[in-house]
Design a binder for this molecule. Structure first.
Ligand code: NAD
Length: 475
């Protein structure tokens, strides 16, 4: 059976959790919390060591499920699982990650030390585009720190999260430590409002993310909210041409552009503007097909509405004076004529005031701007409200250094088109791409899912006891 995005046939239905079911799920997390948070850190580590092995053993099955439900190509779906698996592997270092700090002898006979403690029931709200990786950014980090977890996967891809939960149960996670609820707005509001939930991790669009950040924060919860993007690839004329063009095409059209770190905007500096015809030729070589078909490079979009939206944003560019150098709007895929396909599309002569530049397209569309100098390119990038990711392609170290220092974007690649940090770092999108104080995974992830207790203790010998009450501030 193929994915519904290629055929628009129903492959399954998702049950929306009722209010009673959602209450039961949080109660289950709350009941499990006491025991789980007191379970030794070594025992929790062992569960995640078994979990990473089970994910590895089942990577092909998980990838098949992703392709079936979400439509991305099988090879890309394996990457989706793999990048989540890396976060699970990182959680296995929790015995070092959760260490506190100690300062002995801060005054006579007195020491201060800190513990990192879990915070309670935490919740995650995930998007459709990475059915494995993004849930795996969430509950493993939260749980290994001693929290219990309520996950709401995207209603469009509910199956992968269910399989990940089953594997976690097989790895030995006790009942109640992870619960899953399905649904949309009601489930989201429930998470934002329930007093037992102490922290929310959200990944998805700005519309939902801003709302969840505000509603959750108002209710006193910690919220980290990773949102939309418009990532610019700045191409300097001294760049390695062959490498750069291939990287641009891969990063703009891979996963049909449905990645928050897709390189959706090229800024060609100076003579690099002459590379456009070759860029178009390379993009033409990509094969558009159902995700499970051998050799497919670009799969279908998530829904007919997404296809319509992408097509209308391309049209808006035409209406506002841009040029469509490669038009994927009428692509036909043999055997999948009803699918949500848009082929690779390249729109040039784009200016920052155009709608196709201002909005996140989230489809296989590369918009191309031109700049006379690196300074001009930096101005363009910094004027855009989003700050998720960017890349510069150059062979000049000074240009690369200037770019990385002057650009106001959270994740920067130098000759790396999609600079998603590995889990020992954190995912550091900024400006309109992020709300919150601490980012996902890495050290900041541990900070998000823990609170600090600071202990100051004094052990005096009997004969050093105070001789009278001390009523002034100790100095
Ligand atoms: P989405 O916002 O539509 O959905 C995300 C989650 O929020 C889902 O669980 C959904 O049920 C819920 N939701 C949707 N609309 C809502 C609303 N109005 N109110 C409350 N809850 C709502 O996002 P999506 O379409 O699933 O994912 C694509 C978006 O996610 C893109 O904008 C992409 O850039 C972004 N994204 C960001 C990152 C990142 O790390 N910055 C990673 C992946 C995806």
């Amino acid at each position: 059976m193929c994915c519904p995005q290629a055929t628009n046939e129903v492959i399954g239905r998702v049950p929306k959790a009722t209010h009673e079911e959602m209450l039961a799920a949080v109660d289950s997390c709350s009941r499990a919390y006491h025991t789980w948070s007191e379970t030794s850190i070594l025992a929790r580590q062992q569960i995640f060591l078994r979990y990473q092995q089970l994910i590895k053993d089942n990577i092909k099955e998980l990838a098949k499920l992703i392709t079936l439900e979400q439509g991305k190509t099988l090879a890309d779906a394996e990457g989706d699982v793999f990048r989540g698996l890396q976060v699970v592997e990182h959680t296995c270092s929790i015995t070092s990650l959760m260490l506190g700090e100690t300062l002995p002898s801060i005054t006579k006979d007195m020491d201060t030390y800190t513990f990192r403690m879990p915070i309670g029931v935490c919740a995650g709200i995930a998007p459709f585009n990475f059915p494995a990786m993004i849930p795996l950014w969430m509950f493993p980090m939260g749980m290994v720190c001693g929290n219990t977890y309520l996950l709401k996967p995207s209603e469009r891809v509910p199956g992968c999260a269910m399989m990940l939960a089953k594997l976690l149960q097989d790895a030995g996670a006790p009942d109640g430590t992870l619960n899953i609820i399905h649904g949309q707005h009601d489930a989201v509001n429930f998470i934002c409002d329930h007093p037992a939930i102490k922290a929310i991790s959200f990944v998805g669009s700005n519309q939902a993310g801003e709302y969840i950040y505000e509603r959750g924060s108002k209710n006193g919860k910690r919220v980290q909210s990773n949102m939309g993007a418009k990532n610019h690839g700045v191409v300097m004329p001294d760049a390695n041409k062959e490498n750069t063009l291939n990287q641009l095409v891969g990063a703009a059209f891979g996963a049909a552009g449905q990645r928050c770190m897709a390189l959706s905007t090229a800024v060609l500096v100076g003579e690099a503007r002459n590379w456009l015809p070759e860029l178009v030729e390379r993009a033409k070589g990509l094969r558009v097909n159902a995700g499970d078909q051998p050799g497919a490079d670009v799969g279908p979009l998530i829904s007919p509405q997404a296809k319509e939206r992408v097509n209308s944003l391309i049209q808006s560019g035409v209406d506002e004076g841009a040029k469509v150098l490669l038009d994927g709007r009428n692509v036909k895929v043999k055997g999948y004529e009803n699918g949500n396909f848009v082929g690779p599309t390249i729109v040039s002569n784009v200016t920052p005031d155009m709608k196709c530049y201002k909005e996140e397209i989230f489809g296989p569309v590369l918009v191309v701007l031109e700049a006379d100098s690196l300074d001009d390119a930096i101005k363009i990038v910094n004027k855009n409200p989003y700050g998720n990711g960017t890349a510069i392609f150059t062979t000049n170290g000074a240009a690369a250094r200037k770019y990385t220092h002057e650009v106001d974007v959270g994740q920067i690649g130098v000759n790396v088109p999609i600079p998603v940090p590995l889990p020992m770092f954190s995912f550091t999108g900024s400006r309109a791409s992020f709300r919150g104080d601490t980012n996902f995974y890495g050290k900041q992830g541990i900070q998000f899912y823990t609170q600090i207790k600071t202990v100051t203790s004094q052990w005096k010998a009997e004969d050093a006891s105070l001789k009278s009450p001390a009523v002034t501030m100790p100095t």
